[in-house]
Design a binder for this molecule. Sequence first.
Ligand code: UT7
Length: 329
Amino acid sequence: MSKTYAAITGVHAYVPDYVLTNQELETMVDTNDEWIQTRTGIRERRILKGEGKGTSHMGMEAVKGLLEKTNTAPEEVELMICATVTGDMQFPDTANLIADFVGIRNAFCFDINAACSGFLYALTTGAKFIESGTCKKVVVVGADKMSSIVDYTDRATCIIFGDGAGAVLLEPAEEGYGIRDALLQSDGAGQAYLYQKAGGSRYPATQETVEAREHFVYQNGQPVFKAAVAGMADVVTRVMARNGLAAADVSWLVPHQANRRIIESVARMARFPLEKVMINIHKYGNTTAATIPLCLWEWEHQLNKGDNIILTAFGGGFTWGGIYVKWAY
Ligand code: UT7
């Protein structure tokens, strides 16, 4: 019997309506549209507004649309994993909240925190439950409300991030379609360069942590930039080599959207022409766990059954990875 792979059989996403432009950021911090566009490629990003709306709101919109689109009843879903660093609450997990909103009641649900690589970690984990025969329908969500942890007085970070959510359905497939290979990595030494210091068990919230602005994202951009280029180029090259793929055999490279210059460097190092690289960072900025499903959603109509696709991401931790997918529809 041929091996069962987990195929992506549907994708949907949600971005909030509010558009935060570079021009509006110019009124908030000492920055300018030209700097932001040339250093990052970002023109605008979406922000979730509304009292009491957290990451689960966006995840719920993405999953609701996904289930409708794929004619999946909520009770058919057996597992839902949500990748996020901005869960609605410390606990319970945001996957549980999304499940409650959309009526998924026969599933077990949990979150994965791997920052910008979260979607790849969650996709790989979800795929294992399909490959092992444990589940027939798994939903994988990547969702982040970065605006909830971004310091809008810090020009080094506030220009980068945006809010969004995307979700895919995984189902068993034979004949070689689906998630064929995953190469995931992490290195805790990266914690010094990208983190949110307070709010966890090491530095619980106090008046001092709030006043010191320690509940916001901190990033030392340049070391992260270098590690992101090296890490993604390495895993993309290795995952392709061990599957006998040259760039000409791959229809699309789908990179995490953190900085257009990072994407271009990775594409150059892995020998991909930019026409085969999904890039929408100009519209959404860095939505952390949501960037890759947002790309798949936008490009879905251009994907064909049998296309070889390489996903790659790099993020806080450090975490990074590359996944080879043979598109199934
Ligand atoms: O998604 C998770 C992983 N994260 C990433 O992959 C992000 C990796 N890092 C980056 O994308 C880039 O490092 C940043 C976009 C964060 C920063 O770009 P950079 O080209 O590395 O700039 P820099 O931090 O080296 O700063 C260059 C200059 C500095 O001024 P001086 O010291 O040269 O006078 C900064 O103060 O640009 C200044 N600067 C700004 N100027 C205008 C920093 N931020 C801004 C700003 N507007 N928003």
